[in-house]
Write a protein that binds this ligand. Sequence first.
Ligand code: NAD
Ligand code: UGA
Length: 465
Amino acid sequence: MKISKICCIGAGYVGGPTMAVIAQKCPEIKVTVVDINEARIAAWNDENLDNLPVYEPGLDKVVGEARGRNLFFSTQVDAAIQEAEMVFISVNTPTKTYGEGKGQAADLKWIELCARQIAAASDSDKIVVEKSTLPVRTAEAVKDILSNTGNGVKFQILSNPEFLAEGTAVEDLQQADRVLIGGENSPEGKEAIQALVDIYAHWIPRERILTTNVWSSELSKLTANAVLAQRVSSINALSELCEVTEADIDEVARAIGADSRIGGKFLKASVGFGGSCFQKDILNLVYISRSYGLTEVADYWEQVIKMNDHQKGRFARKIVKSLYNTVSGKKIAFLGWAFKKDTNDTRESAAIYVADQLLNEKAQISVFDPKVKYQQIQSDINYLQTRGKEENGALLESVADPYEACKDSHAVAILTEWDEFVQYDWKKIYDSMLKPAKIFDGRNILDHEQLREIGFRVYAIGKPL
Ligand code: NAD
Ligand code: UGA
């Protein structure tokens, strides 16, 4: 079966970049990305490529090449479903905030709505591809809805989870370590798998396209994120031990990462991992394990989250403690608010939780982030509902100039590893601060020796004082 038209429901951080790369690499396929969020679609269609709703290095070029040729962004969901032979579901699957499984299970409301909409809008057979991250066995529910509410047409369901990381999305998509496709082991299932393999084979070497059964594919996505997050929590746990033993976490990470069985990647100690997925997916894994009665399995993975919460909390406590146990009315500069560099995404960013703890102590926080705007910062902190909006507005400001953020502050905290922070004139920053001037490097990116020579007191993650 040859695919000539694709529809993707959900024009977010995954749907947008993924489909842009498919369109770029497969010029003969018409790719239409649809969303109910009109503002988002308008931004994807903005003539000025700087205004795309997702900031990713290189994405403007890919969108610029394919948009209007064979890549389209639209709010006409039904029309795009109807004409496509293959429909990707790439909508959000956040943690449930109500009812059974609140705070742990994935909220599949939007997935079910998509399935019902696909069934209602389809008058020809289709391949439906789960691109969103989903609990294992979700395809069963999707299939049930599609086959019972449709117009008698046939659906094949594939699982094709996405492994891109934000900030490197385009590179990750163009040079994926692997693509995973799960499908049914029937002649129709195999044909559907082959149709999707053929799309990726335009640019991914065939041996990197893995095919499995649907359940392995669904579960592999949750567990890939769990294992990655576990590495970060492991190195962060060791960072606390380093701080009391005068070992240096970067040296320890290099030493253990040199073992080819361990590998050097993803061992960077930090203020804690953030992002929309690690916590959500582990909580989901914990919930699923518990629902099968696997208490030890659930407890094991839950510890990864507990360690991460501890790391964020102890970073904030360290700031308060070293500022003589009181930060009330003191200006503290935050460099970075995004959950990692090269993205404007702030979901679950460690900065939000560190700020919240310092605001509880009545600190005055001034934030500079090269890609995050004031409104987003306020919305992130207000979402926690720890205090009223007015108080958050009065205590938390954001400025467009990093030197302005640091001026007259008692301390500077690095929350995101933006490259430009390393290049700043740290002597100029030191001169503008109150003394003793303190730096809390939550990402271990600065030259600590040089900062100490300037006169700073430097506190880093997993390093001797
Ligand atoms: P997102 O919130 O950025 O985008 C989801 C979009 O879906 C939103 O724009 C929303 O308006 C739209 N939507 C929801 N219901 C809809 C409907 N019924 N019809 C049309 N549009 C609808 O989310 P995201 O970050 O792109 O994540 C999507 C999925 O991909 C999640 O399951 C996530 O776990 C997974 N994932 C995310 C990443 C990442 O880096 N963000 C990476 C891999 C996998
Ligand atoms: C992560 C995975 O890396 C992707 O494979 C996956 O597709 C994605 O989640 C998803 O499912 O959403 P992402 O969250 O975008 O990608 O970014 P990562 O590079 O994984 O970083 C996550 C967090 O861990 C960031 O806050 C980062 O700063 C932190 N981190 C990462 C560390 O603190 N240390 C490290 O060594 C690596």
